[in-house]
Design a protein around this ligand. Structure first.
Ligand code: HEM
Length: 181
């Protein structure tokens, strides 16, 4: 996982639980306290340990933790990257840019380790289908962020996970249906 996402998780814990919460996070994750570089790819196990520790600190189950992280992601991302959100101009256009954004994110030193986890299988004015295949199982984050993106652009629509790797499917698929405006 690229350091940007690890950092967002840590920033969310800091917002809700202060610097003591961040210290506890690293202790629970059994990782020496550190800062992550945004564009470097770190081992997936390291993200998973931080995520498991986050759930422990918040005292919530997976779905609630994914919702909290998605909410924080949607609070922070338009402030950090206003140009990405304004250039896209609408939800479908932003969704279509995501695989390229993810692919271009890693620094040259990390590019070889990059694994594409989020793809778009279909996209037209009525619906868009994501394919998500990741050892991190953040399909809840995907669903909630997709809904957050619709809300960001004041668009109506629905987000449904049509198959899930956690329920035995080979990968997750998430369908966004755009309501006619
Ligand atoms: C400003 C826009 C965005 C930026 C800069 C961004 C950046 C990133 C980066 C750097 C990663 C780490 C990728 C990796 O290590 O493999 C990531 C992960 C992820 N992003 Fe985005 N992203 C953006 C928008 C979105 C949107 C709109 C969605 C959903 C519709 C999304 C869904 C995800 C998911 C589900 C992951 C987790 C992948 C995993 O399982 O490891 N992202 N994002």
């Amino acid at each position: 996982m690229m350091g940007h996402i690890n950092n967002l998780l840590i920033q969310m814990v800091e917002k809700h639980h202060g610097s003591e919460g961040v210290s506890r996070l690293f202790i629970l994750a059994r990782i020496p306290k550190k800062h992550y570089q945004l564009e470097i790819i770190y081992p997936e196990e390291e993200f998973q340990a931080l995520y498991a520790a986050t759930k422990e600190i918040y005292g919530v189950e997976d779905e609630a933790a994914q919702k909290a992280f998605a909410d924080y992601f949607m609070e922070a991302s338009p402030v950090m990257f206003p140009a990405i959100f304004s250039v896209a101009g609408n939800a479908r256009s932003l969704f279509e840019k995501i695989p390229t954004i993810h692919k271009q994110w890693p620094a040259a030193a990390s590019a070889k380790q990059f694994q594409e986890k989020l793809l778009i299988l279909e996209s037209d004015e009525k619906r868009l289908v994501f394919k998500y295949d990741s050892p991190n199982h953040l399909c809840g984050v995907l669903r909630f962020v997709a809904k957050g993106v619709l809300d960001h652009y004041h668009e109506k629509g629905t987000v449904t996970e049509t198959q899930c790797a956690l329920k035995g499917a080979p990968w997750c698929e998430v369908e966004v249906r755009f309501a006619a405006s």
